[in-house]
Design a protein around this ligand. Structure first.
Ligand code: ACM
Ligand code: ZN
Length: 617
């Protein structure tokens, strides 16, 4: 009955359908919703103390979702709203959560002058409607203290939304550097705000083991520690002399899994095998091929030849570890790593060679495939599924495995063609440890640069796939490897706002619209400011690049990602102004000239002044 009254009200709400671009500046949501319509008559719904939150289904889950709204209101607006079951008085002003049987994660949002109505089908849909609603409110809703004098209005609109991919992931490597649980909660909050629903938690590495395993206490007593860490680039040969460690107790893991689930984020744990296993081997050398006299947790980045030896005691160890993992993580999917496993030890190891002969395998690549397939069988027998990095394709893919394609697109294409599900995270597009701007003026990073725009423009479904094969691409993931990110602040600087671009590629079904994204992003950055996220603001800066070098001159291009900006520059070392020459296309400079550039919009500089000379390039 209540539903019918509200639906009747909707029919009186005449909407004028318009394209997404028409409304970008009034309804600026990231990721872009599937469809937005604006009413003929502009209006807004004002959220004030007289409103209430009405629940069609008064379940614990829906009360929790209503609680998220009250949490934000309490912090930023200084009041909370009563939460009530839907009553039959349609005049009551408020936000109505109505189960309308939408597909999982999908929702419709109707903002009218007197009420805001959310149609959902499951908690995830209701939660995502709420995330959108937060972005319809003034940006101060993300503030951490009460904001005086703000009118908490939402522009009247009609939104119909559902995701493009079921897997929208963000990875965090906590091994190269360790991060505490409070930071991981904040990380998950930011993911949830962007409708990212998979947290890929990279828990084991050569440089540290971070997950408490009760049956193998040395893994965290000893394996969490490396005695020191390389300073600067991995080849510097200079070390800081400071032990680095940290691990998560099983109690903390349970707490984080619950925290994430309440925000509709599934945690996918990664336990690396057969390579990237040095921290475990340093604790239990019997798991190795036994060719070294000592093993130490790695102190620099890279790939190490000491890997698990495929013998019975190794499988027993790994099965025991996964048994505890299954107790902690409800996710059906677990990540088994599988990347970068050097074959040198297996080539020299009598056991490995005898095993290759006994099994009739062609080489060590087939041994790797056999290793992964054997583990898959065990993991499948416990009702779980595996995903691994591209290299699990080498020597043949395990029968039920999914592939996370990082080396490029080739592995993803191959796996999809073999009808295995694929998550796309090619390093040159989706690795957030790559430079996002000119390396000359950015902190040390792993590769790239991969700018925000490059990331945004990437189409995660390779064009060579047929429509049928393309269905095996189940999503995208942004990867945060932390070799050069020793602090939470550095992680946030590298991840944001580029993760906004990946989130939009994962969620939004419409084609790419860089201008729309860029203009929404400018406002979104204010939200990130309110949340205290120290994102990289290179988006506003000119990016000067030298090309086609000769000893005497270079071709220069200058670009800026912020929409509506033009570039002005000088070549004599003076600071440019809006009256300096306008950049219109590539030009040549000689050794005596220093290029200095600014981005200008509406006659005023935005972003930082950037320069480049022969000396620093
Ligand atoms: C990887 O970056 N080694 C998956
Ligand atoms: Zn061996």
């Amino acid at each position: 009955m209540a539903k019918r009254i509200i639906i009747l009200l909707f029919s009186a709400f005449a909407v004028l359908s318009c394209t997404v671009n028409d409304v970008d500046r009034t309804v600026g949501v990231i990721p872009q919703p599937h469809h937005i319509s604006m009413p003929e008559k502009a209006g807004s719904f004002v959220l004030d103390r007289d409103c209430a939150i009405f629940l069609d289904e008064p379940t614990e889950e829906m009360y929790r979702i209503a609680g998220f709204l009250n949490e934000k209101l309490k912090k930023a607006a200084g009041f909370t709203l009563p939460v009530k079951e839907v009553n039959l008085t349609p005049k009551a002003r408020g936000i109505y959560f109505m189960n309308a049987g939408n597909p999982s994660e999908a929702y419709n949002l109707h903002i009218m002058p007197d009420m805001a109505v959310v149609d959902y089908g499951d908690g995830a849909g209701a939660f995502y409607a709420l995330q959108t609603m937060f972005q319809l409110l003034p940006n101060q809703i993300f503030a951490s203290s009460v904001q005086k004098g703000v009118k908490w209005n939402m522009t009247c609109c009609d939104i119909e939304d559902s995701p493009r991919f079921k897997y929208r992931g963000m990875h965090l490597d906590v091994c190269l550097h360790f991060f505490d649980i409070d930071f991981l909660k904040r990380y998950i909050d930011l993911m949830a705000l962007h409708k990212v629903n998979r947290f890929h938690w990279h828990l084991t590495e050569d440089q540290g083991w971070r997950l408490e395993i009760k049956k193998y206490p040395l893994l965290t007593q000893k394996g969490q520690w490396r005695k020191e860490t390389v300073i600067g680039s991995l080849k510097s040969g200079i070390y800081d002399g400071k032990p680095h460690g940290g691990y998560y107790s099983q109690e903390q893991v349970r707490e984080l899994v619950k925290y994430a689930a309440e925000r509709y984020v599934t945690i996918i744990p990664e336990i690396e095998l057969p390579g990237h296993a040095l921290a475990a081997i340093a604790c239990y050398p019997e798991l190795s091929c036994g060719l070294d006299s000592t093993y130490e947790v790695a102190t620099k980045w890279g790939v190490f030849k000491q890997v698990y030896c495929p013998k019975e005691e190794t499988f027993k160890f790994l099965e025991d570890v996964f048994d505890e993992v299954f107790e902690l993580f409800p996710s059906k999917l677990v990540h088994i790593g599988g990347d970068e496993c050097p074959k040198a030890s297996w080539k020299k190891c009598p056991h490995c060679q005898a095993l290759i002969r006994k099994l009739g395998l062609k080489d060590e690549f087939e041994l790797q495939s056999w290793f992964v397939t054997r583990m898959e069988k065990y993991i499948n027998s416990k009702g779980r599924e595996i995903i691994g990095w591209d290299e699990i394709l080498q020597g043949g893919l395990a029968p039920n495995a999914k592939v996370m394609s990082w080396l490029g697109e080739e592995g993803g294409i191959k796996a999809a063609q073999q009808h295995h599900e694929v998550v796309m995270s090619p390093h040159y597009r989706y690795y957030l440890d790559y430079w996002q701007a000119d390396p000359d003026s950015e902190p040390l990073a792993m590769g790239g640069p991969t700018t925000l725009r490059t990331m945004y423009d990437y189409n995660p479904v390779p064009e060579v796939l047929t429509d049928e094969e393309a269905r095996y691409v189940i999503g995208v993931e942004g990867c945060v490897w932390t070799e050069y990110m020793p602090t939470p602040a550095r992680v946030e600087y590298m991840a944001w706002p580029r993760m906004c671009a990946i989130a939009e590629s994962g969620w939004t079904k419409a084609g790419k619209d860089w201008d729309g994204f860029a203009s929404r992003l400018e406002n979104h950055l204010v939200r990130l400011d309110e949340l205290g996220v120290g994102y990289c603001d290179a988006f506003f800066n000119p990016y000067i690049e030298f090309h086609k070098d000769t000893q005497y001159d270079k071709v220069v291009t200058i670009s800026v990602d912020a929409p509506g900006a033009e570039i002005h520059y000088t070549l004599d070392g003076s600071l440019p102004t809006a009256d300096s020459p306008l950049y219109t296309g590539p030009f040549v400079v000689n050794r005596q000239q220093k290029v200095t550039a600014i981005a200008v919009r509406n006659g005023r500089q935005i972003g930082k002044t950037k320069y480049k000379t022969f000396l620093i390039n």
